[in-house]
Design a binder for this molecule. Structure first.
Ligand SMILES: O=C(O)CCC(=O)C(=O)O
Ligand SMILES: [Fe+2]
Length: 399
């Protein structure tokens, strides 16, 4: 597999993949992500961002969306959640940081990059961008519950990194400054940081999950893209398994009355449940893996489809196409020799006659164009397969 996307972010993609750094790390001039001021401006100006897609942060706090959307203004129904660029502009002038949330959904080149990163790493990568005016600060000290790779794309920002106050936080254990002890606050505010660095365009910064970061713009503005690497934990798997127990009658039966009143009843109820858990976990652990894989795949971006392809002539044996291997979030062989390819939002099943050809295309992950005649399949099958690959986003026209 090529490390096309990862190599645009870090200098040693193979080393990074084999062992993502356990500590904060910075790489100079190793990253090229084309999301600069012009692109951020186009997105903000376009007038199509919903409030979920853009946040404003002033003095470390999120601004109420109603103050920068059409809420309460005379506007067509359905538009009240749309952000107003004039309002955003006024907040920026006052020093607010603009967060372009879920940039992988709102800006196609970043979506394509995240889909490719997901394919190369096996982790459903997503992205946000942060735009801060000079001399301002967005979010002060905090940790994230996923690892983050920050790529500076315009201006500069200074970061202080501190080792965790709470190791490996889960998603439902987000940063809460009020829970941090006085001593720890003293370390974060006045102690020597693990790393202090000013990022310039092309620099990238790896912040492992739980590592505390505090960033502030210099006398220049700052724009960076944050790629999020969510963490798969035994806790997630355990949770998914427990959720499935709801369909088991044994787990829905009523336990004896008096749980709050009697230690004997409590002891018995807990023992019964522990026994049931042990029995059921042992019984479904192996078979649950595929089911869990499907649940996990739903965190990945769906394959990119080309709506305008519907207006092009059907492909022929000579139509040049390219494989888009990263559209496949996962593949599974079925007992009858069919290949199920997961596209993030759906599954496409390839019949045994063409299944090996499809698997080989995804496996090869070749950047070069090919045609139906290269597939070594009967003519009609091959042309039909190319049409299916184009429709599902597993290939694009090479022109
Ligand atoms: O730039 C900021 O204000 C915060 C950015 C941040 O915390 C991140 O990218 O994870
Ligand atoms: Fe962060």
């Amino acid at each position: 597999m090529r490390s096309e996307a990862l190599s645009s972010l870090v200098p040693d993609p193979a080393g990074f993949l084999a062992q993502p750094p356990a500590e904060a790390a910075v790489w100079r001039q190793a990253a090229t992500v084309s999301f600069g001021l012009a692109e951020a401006g186009e997105l903000l100006d376009h007038g199509s961002l919903q409030r979920q897609m853009v946040s404003l942060v002033k003095n470390g706090k999120r601004v109420a969306p109603a103050s920068y959307t059409w809420a309460g203004q005379p506007i067509q129904p359905g538009f009240s959640d749309v952000a107003r660029s004039t309002k955003i502009s006024a907040y920026i002038a006052e020093g607010a940081t603009t967060v372009l949330e879920s940039l992988h959904r709102t800006w196609k080149p970043i979506g394509d990059l995240c889909r490719r990163l997901t394919f190369e790493t096996g982790v459903p990568v997503s992205a946000n961008a942060y735009l801060t005016p000079s001399g301002s600060q967005g979010f002060a000290h905090h940790y994230d519950t996923h690892s983050v790779l920050i790529v500076q794309t315009s201006g500069s920002k200074t970061w202080q990194l501190h080792t965790p106050v709470y190791d490996d936080p889960l998603e439902h254990q987000p940063w809460d400054g009020a829970k941090v002890s006085q001593d720890e606050w003293e370390r974060l505010r006045n102690g020597k940081p693990f790393l202090e660095v000013t990022l310039e365009p092309g620099d990238s910064l790896w912040i492992p999950r739980g590592w505390i970061h505090n960033g502030f713009a210099t006398d220049d503005h700052s724009l960076h893209v944050s790629f999020s690497f969510p963490t798969l934990t035994p806790y997630w798997i355990a949770n998914e398994l427990v959720r499935r127990l709801g369909s088991e009658r044994a787990f829905r039966t009523e336990l004896p009355w008096g749980f709050g009143r009697s230690a004997d009843i409590r002891a018995q109820a807990v023992e019964t449940t522990a026994k049931l858990l042990a029995e059921h976990f042992a019984a479904f652990a192996p078979t649950a893996a595929e089911d869990l894989a499907d649940a996990y795949r739903r965190y990945s971006l769906e394959a990119a489809r080309q709506p305008m392809d519907n207006f092009l002539p059907e492909p022929t044996a000579d139509t040049e196409v390219r494989t888009v291997a990263e559209s496949a979030v996962g593949t599974t062989w079925t007992a009858d020799g069919s290949l199920r390819v997961h596209l993030g939002d759906s599954v496409v099943v390839f019949e045994p006659e063409v299944a090996s050809a499809v698997a080989a295309l995804i496996e090869a992950d070749s950047p070069w164009p090919w045609t139906a005649s290269d597939l070594g399949l009967p003519h009609e099958k091959a042309v039909e397969l190319v049409a299916t690959l184009l429709r599902t986003g597993l290939a694009v026209r090479a022109t």
